[in-house]
Ligand binder design. Structure first.
Ligand SMILES: *Cc1c(COP(=O)(O)O)cnc(C)c1O
Length: 371
């Protein structure tokens, strides 16, 4: 059994991928070719935003946004401690200071009260709070409306790390339109993944998008030999855009199938595990299906013996990682993040899981029925 079955997906879209890749070989515009522009247009329409700027990865997407907003040394970005390291790494790479808040025990997303308190703590520590970076963990959109008012009260930007959540929505509005900018990743294992690395930034702010496009190509002005600001090489490859255009053809269908897999798990999993909760009005992209149980390690071991792959995404919260040791955190601690590192585990949930889902449920039941 595969944790994410990209081969089954490829069998389905192979002919379209080949056709599009051959198109790139024919026109030969490997950097910022027509497929990149087409992808940006298609994504902007589907996510209902004015601008999409593609780039080389989800990490680079975050760094581009921070650079475009001049977030750097002396500035603080408050973000959850329970997320992938890149969310905080991108903050530190531009010279700003990541400050860690706790997450909500039900949604695993940034806790509104902790976020407000941590912004205050950053200011009290002599830093300039500049942004609240919410992460749509495991595909579930964070509570953007509530977090927006926290950010407004503190006079900082709301930014969304949507690396796991493209395809999700809040009250019918797709992920991409919340906050000043939303970033995403096209790493193969994400809900919308390419065949390598890629990322994108979504925003309704056209001036910001212009700056992002400039920084993406060496801070270019009229062209890349006219350098009006400090930039980088952060482009998405044309071949990856071609792959993504093929994947977008089946994406809605895959999202619906991911939802069906989630519904079946919710109905069938034993009461001893806590399934994920999707608050009313929100739609998850189901990047992963992550359950909670105090007997997490027993479940992981038993499933491994049964040939069923699981992933414990974050065995350490970010303030527990050596690279961020001593980081500033919510003064009241990060108890939920710390507990999730011992209790959460993600089980197979890709759109091509099919009949195998029953085996996963049975193995979890077995694991929990033995004392
Ligand atoms: C995957 C991921 C990233 C980084 O994306 P890359 O494309 O791998 O650089 C950032 N944040 C979160 C929450 C992620 O899951």
């Amino acid at each position: 059994m595969q944790f994410v079955d990209l081969q089954a997906q490829q069998r389905r879209i192979r002919a379209d991928v080949e056709r599009r890749l051959l198109g790139v070989l024919d026109h030969g515009q490997y950097a910022l070719g027509p497929e990149v522009a087409e992808l940006e247009t298609v994504l902007a329409a589907r996510c209902q935003v004015a601008e999409v700027v593609t780039c080389s990865s989800g990490t680079e997407a975050l760094a581009l946004v921070f650079r475009a907003l001049s977030i750097g040394p002396g500035d603080a970005v408050v973000l959850p401690a329970y997320t992938f390291v890149a969310s905080a790494g991108a903050v530190a790479l531009v010279g700003a200071t990541p400050v860690f808040a706790d997450v909500d025990p039900v949604t695993f997303n940034l806790d509104v009260v902790s976020a407000a308190r941590t912004l205050e703590a950053a200011r009290a520590a002599g830093l300039r709070p500049r942004a609240l970076l919410a992460v749509d963990l495991f595909g579930l959109p964070a509570d953007a409306p509530a977090l927006r008012s926290v950010a407004e009260d503190a006079g900082v930007e709301l930014l969304i790390d949507g690396a796991q959540s493209v395809g999700g929505a809040i009250d019918g509005r797709p992920v991409g339109g919340f906050g000043r900018a939303t970033t995403t990743s096209f790493f193969p294992a994400k809900p919308l993944g390419c065949y390598g690395d890629g990322g994108a930034i979504f925003t309704d702010d056209s001036d910001l998008a212009d700056v992002l496009r400039s920084i993406r190509v060496h801070g270019q002005g009229v062209d890349k030999y006219d350098n009006i600001r400090l930039g980088t090489n952060g482009r998405l490859d044309t071949v990856q855009a071609a792959v993504l255009l093929a994947k977008l053809e089946v994406f809605d269908d895959e999202l619906a199938e991911r939802q069906r897999v989630a519904d079946r798990y919710a109905a069938a999993l034993p009461a001893a595990v806590t399934p994920p909760t999707v608050p009313a009005g929100r739609r998850s992209a189901w990047c992963s299906y992550t359950i909670r149980t105090p007997r997490r390690d027993a479940v992981v071991d038993h499933l491994a013996q049964s040939g069923i792959p699981t992933i414990v995404y974050y065995r350490r919260a970010l303030h527990q990682q050596p690279v961020f040791r001593g980081a500033l955190t919510d003064p009241e601690g990060l108890p939920v993040s710390e507990q999730l590192t011992t209790e959460a585990v993600s089980i197979p949930n890709h759109p091509y899981l099919g009949e195998e889902q029953g085996r996963v449920v049975a193995a979890i039941e077995q694991a929990l029925s033995t004392p």
